[in-house]
Design a protein around this ligand. Structure first.
Ligand code: APR
Ligand code: PHB
Length: 391
């Protein structure tokens, strides 16, 4: 069956669904195809920190009612090292805050608000960057989707980036550690996130609601979950989040989800070839330490939506031609911040004592210098998005 649309969007993650919504608000049609089921994408546990600008965008787009009802607004974060906690006051340093709200909750809200064709459980997806034709199978029927443009929002393991692999320069960094993440029915033990640097390795105490917490532990990249029975996870979290405060106690509870995720930095340049535009994890990956993945995906599609709107309203291609360079400016800033947070807070398995002293010096500086704390804070809450105007 042949279908015609303006923008073919491959992938129903935060990037693809936010783009479809922004385009619809501007009268531009799209068809979204997703190879997993609705059930799967709505329950895929991932990260959960939204920058100030992301919340603003979702609010302006009319997508944030539940976010404002159930999201947890945090005006700071804690760095814990040498058994002492140090608060970075986002509100005082930047006038902005973050919101803790699960990524899958954002996806649920986007799907609930979605209007227009959205096909789940498609397969055999093939994209043609020159003709903007997407072929796929849906309900065992071969489909051919003719569009003006393709938005490759199919994540790191999708088909869109490989379709232009020969045109890309790839930059990447693998880290000698991974994150063991758990979701637990336990009340948060602090009002804000705790990033812990400990002699046993990194740990992060985060949350989803007054009754559900999300915790992470630095582990070796080759470790597997069999080595981590629940009690061992809790005792390791207690050790790494420990502090010189008798009142401190890490609440535990039934673990309802656990997984091990590698930490990787990855950038593909350019983010556009022909009529194919890559956005989000399809073009770049950051280690989760900076809580940037979802926010960077949203930043990409804001710039793409502006370019497509300009093209459909005036035929002017300037913004579309500048899409890749405009996105990559922010991508590299976020890459640096995420790499910096990761190397500052994770224990180098080589055990190099000089490196440890450098990390401690960095932590002591960022928690004692207003200038350094402001730099961390403004990157964490999210730098302003430079939206381009057609000249
Ligand atoms: N065809 C159709 N859909 C596909 C295909 C394919 N061949 N391959 C992957 N997909 C879907 C995935 O199932 C997923 O739902 O594309 C979607 C990509 O979504 P994400 O991986 O969430 O990527 P993105 O929307 O760019 O959001 C980035 O997601 O993974 C987190 O930490 C990451 O926060 C970041 C955010
Ligand atoms: C999360 O809440 O899942 C989370 C928070 C901060 C991070 C990464 C993940 O840096």
């Amino acid at each position: 069956m042949n279908v015609r649309t303006q923008v073919a969007i491959v992938g129903a993650g935060p990037a693809g669904l936010t783009l479809a919504h922004l385009l619809r608000l501007r009268g531009i049609d799209s068809v979204v195809i997703e190879n997993r089921s609705r059930e799967y994408v709505e329950h895929r546990i991932r990260a959960g920190v939204l920058e100030h600008g992301t919340v603003q965008l979702l609010t302006e787009a009319g997508l944030a009612d539940r976010l404002h009802r159930e999201g947890m607004v945090h005006e700071g974060v804690e760095l814990l090292f040498d058994n002492e906690g140090h608060r970075i006051d986002f509100a005082a340093l930047t006038g902005k805050s973050i919101t803790v709200y699960g990524q899958h909750e954002v996806v649920k809200d986007l799907i609930a608000a979605h209007e227009g064709p959205l096909h789940f459980e498609v397969s055999d997806v093939h994209v043609n960057p020159s003709s903007a034709v997407v072929e796929f199978v849906h309900n065992r029927q071969k489909q051919l989707l003719q569009a003006d443009f393709i938005a490759g929002c199919d994540g790191f393991h999708g088909v869109c980036r490989p379709a232009i692999a020969d045109q890309l320069t790839v930059y990447e960094r693998e880290y000698p550690f991974a994150w063991l993440g758990i979701l637990a029915e336990a009340p948060p033990s602090s009002h804000e996130l705790i990033y812990a640097y400990s002699p046993r390795g990194f740990a992060l105490h985060s949350m989803r609601s007054p009754t559900v917490t999300r915790n992470y532990l630095q582990v070796r990249p080759d470790e597997n979950l069999d080595e981590w029975p629940d009690e061992r996870i809790w005792s390791e979290l207690r050790l790494r989040l420990d502090r010189d405060d008798p009142a401190w106690h890490l609440a535990d509870g039934p673990i309802i989800e656990k997984s091990i995720t590698p930490l990787r930095s990855f950038v593909a340049d350019p983010m556009r070839y022909g009529r194919l535009f890559l956005a989000g994890d399809a073009a770049h990956i950051v280690p989760a330490t900076g809580a940037k993945g979802l926010n960077l995906a949203v930043a990409d599609v804001i710039i793409l939506a502006d370019g497509l709107t300009e093209w459909y309203s005036s035929g002017d291609e300037q913004l579309l031609d500048a899409y890749s360079s405009a996105c990559l400016r922010r991508v590299w800033r976020v890459q640096h911040f995420s790499w910096w947070m990761t190397t500052m807070l994770h224990l180098d398995p080589s055990g190099d004592p000089y490196a440890r002293q450098l990390q401690l010096s960095q932590l002591r500086y960022v928690t004692s210098s207003a200038a350094a704390a402001t730099s961390l804070a403004e990157n964490y809450v999210g730098l302003p998005l430079h939206r381009q105007e057609a000249s």
